[in-house]
Design a binder for this molecule. Sequence first.
Ligand SMILES: N[C@@H](CCC(=O)N[C@@H](CSS)C(=O)NCC(=O)O)C(=O)O
Length: 307
Amino acid sequence: MCSSSSTARFRPFQETCTRNPIYMQALAVAQHVNTVVLKVHCSLPFRVLGVQYFISMTRPPKAQPSLLFRQLFEKESSTYTYLLADNAHPDRPAVLVDPVDKTAERDAALVEQLGLKLLYVMNTHVHADHITGTGILKNKIPEVRSAISRASGAKADLHLNAGEKIYFGNLYLEVRPTPGHTKGCVTYVTGEGPDQPSPRMVFTGDALLIRGCGRTDFQGGDASQLYNSVHSQIFTLPKDTLVYPAHDYKGHTVSTVGEELKLNPRLSKDEEEFKRIMKNLGLPYPKMIDVALPSNMVCGVQDPVAT
Ligand SMILES: N[C@@H](CCC(=O)N[C@@H](CSS)C(=O)NCC(=O)O)C(=O)O
């Protein structure tokens, strides 16, 4: 609301700007962030040299965010599955990242309830601890295409290469190679630009976990490679980028690049220290590894009768 103070004297905008360094500073800040418009007639009153000024900041209308986003959990393997869709597009096209066989029915039902058109089921890598839900989803929704990195060596409808953009409506995920946990690991990052989600979101699979990272002791794992993958492909993203991993064992749901750069107890160290930590993890092999690996090399169960 505008002030109704009778003592206030109003000066024209030009005059106040050129005569008053505080206004000049405020204007510089406003121009810097490029979203704020200064006016001299409303809100925040302040007094300089006995003259009452008023300043208000208004944001221009922002484009409606069109991303529909769901983080879903499978408790036996502590796996996160992510559903993303372009809500503003008439078809509401969608992608699923890292579904699990045990919760594939739930995911398919959610897609249907929300009226989405599922285009791709995208895996970040060949998982060793659970069977992917990709095959089951393909059986339930025949138009769906499975996707995984070419480097994984797994069978899929779509083999992804570094830098590729996977579109769902006007939104997209960019493919970034992040080997080290497995040789074919990739990370998916939401698009860059005014029409894409802000802040950006990164789906890191097992390369980067919240306050942790994927193990490097099988499937072509390599600690040095993982360290360099995360530092070059993930930690170079803006600090406010939201980090969504494929697993969490401690109840975390989301982090940021800035938070992990500073607080990740493994990846915030130098490479030599990181390699020492990874060598001494002493984790038992995943219980499901012998059934999960062969199944995931063909993107999961292909025949519903066999489930
Ligand atoms: N106990 C679980 C497997 C736990 C495990 O090894 N998780 C992997 C990701 S799935 S291959 C991992 O990289 N963990 C890193 C860590 O620091 O925990 C099971 O038996 O399935």
